[in-house]
Design a protein around this ligand. Structure first.
Ligand code: HEM
Length: 342
């Protein structure tokens, strides 16, 4: 997987450098969403579909449109009977879901035709080997699993990097510290996995960025039995929304009202603290904790190392800060940065 991350990052960084040189200017404005999308979409599509990765891009587009339509449709969740109303949006969600299923089934059918369903070195291959109707894992389950992994694994990583770039653009002192660390560890070469694990300042910065802008802002649990939390009675079967952003910005946990909204990676300098801190759950917790955390952390560090070692960046005057939540927290007007070649 590390190879895919480096391959995609290198291609995008070279393209970025070309754009700056072609412009012949000191700095060039870049809307970072497109570039970060290219890298993270490539990584997750390669992981899932191996050499069929290009189809992964098409499926991702469908799923993103589905996510938007679904969010709008479920604003009415709680209104009795609302899901039975044949609104255009609900129909759109259904159609987009079916189109994504169809594209994934095309890849599966091609593999079944060549009798190579499980012989490939990718996640789809591994999942197909496990299909066993007696044990209850069907091909449709594999299709659903692919959709979950694509949605859960791409936007989250992209958004964590987007907010980190914004915070580093606004805090040049931290940008310099991250760059100095990368150069000291890599000595100008491309980073490898061992080098990434040595990057402590970068880890602090990424942790603080995911505190202030957790890519997943809430998660859900269901009470297995009647439960009491303080004065609150939670009956068995009730769904409880766990507000990750709310916990990350609770002044009682994060140094009081003065400090809680400050970008201060120093609070993560104590490694033990970072691991044990309750009230810090960017990847969730317990049995349903994010299975992609390791991959995401490796991807974040590899991409960020490549960016800071080649470019410096500041906020463009065209950027307007307007975070919005669609399960993930995203910049509603994108992120425009001014990039300069080092
Ligand atoms: C910075 C990047 C990421 C963040 C912040 C993130 C965060 C999360 C969170 C908060 C959850 C819910 C956990 C819970 O309810 O306790 C989750 C679930 C999940 N994540 Fe991630 N994630 C990231 C990247 C990834 C990647 C790269 C993958 C796949 C390769 C992935 C796959 C999943 C899956 C499959 C689930 C559902 C697990 C389940 O329901 O059992 N995530 N993630």
């Amino acid at each position: 997987m590390f190879g895919s991350v480096m391959e995609a990052s290198l291609a995008v960084m070279n393209e970025l450098a070309m754009r700056i040189m072609e412009g012949g200017k000191h700095s060039v404005e870049i809307e970072v969403d497109g570039d970060l999308h290219k890298i993270t979409a490539y990584v997750i599509s390669k992981l899932l579909f191996g050499s069929n990765y290009k189809k992964g891009f098409e499926i991702l587009d469908k799923l993103k449109a589905l996510q938007h339509a679904l969010f709008k449709a479920t604003r009415f969740v709680g209104v009795p009977g609302s899901r039975f109303i044949p609104w255009g949006r609900n129909k759109k969600v259904w159609i987009l879901g079916k189109e994504a299923d169809y594209l994934i089934m095309q890849i599966i059918n091609e593999r079944l035709k060549c009798n190579t369903k499980g012989s490939r070195d990718d996640l789809l291959g591994l999942l197909l080997q496990e299909v066993n109707h007696d044990k209850g894992l069907t091909t449709q389950d594999v299709v659903d699993e692919c959709k979950t992994l694509l949605l859960a694994g791409q936007d989250t990583t992209k958004l964590s990097l987007t907010w980190t770039l914004m915070l580093l653009a606004l805090n040049p002192h931290w940008q310099d510290r991250v760059r100095a660390e990368v150069i000291q560890i890599t000595k100008g070469a491309h980073p490898d996995i061992n080098m990434l694990s040595e990057m402590k300042i970068m880890t602090m910065v990424l942790n603080e960025s995911m505190r202030l802008y957790p890519p997943v802002s809430y998660t859900v649990r269901q009470a297995k039995q009647d439960t009491r939390v303080g004065n609150l009675e939670i009956p068995k079967g009730m769904s409880v929304l766990i507000n990750i952003l709310g916990m990350h910005e609770d002044p009682h946990l994060w140094g009081g009202p003065e400090d809680v909204y400050e970008f201060n990676p120093e609070r993560f300098s104590n490694v033990e603290f970072s691991r044990k801190k309750s009230g810090y759950i960017p990847f969730g917790f317990g049995g349903r904790v994010c299975p992609g955390e390791k991959l995401a952390r490796m991807e974040q560090k590899a991409i960020l190392s490549m960016i800071v070692s080649r470019f410096s960046f500041t906020i463009s005057p065209n950027y307007s800060h307007s975070p919005t939540s669609l399960l993930s927290i995203m910049p509603s007007n994108g992120l425009q940065l001014l990039f300069t070649l080092l």
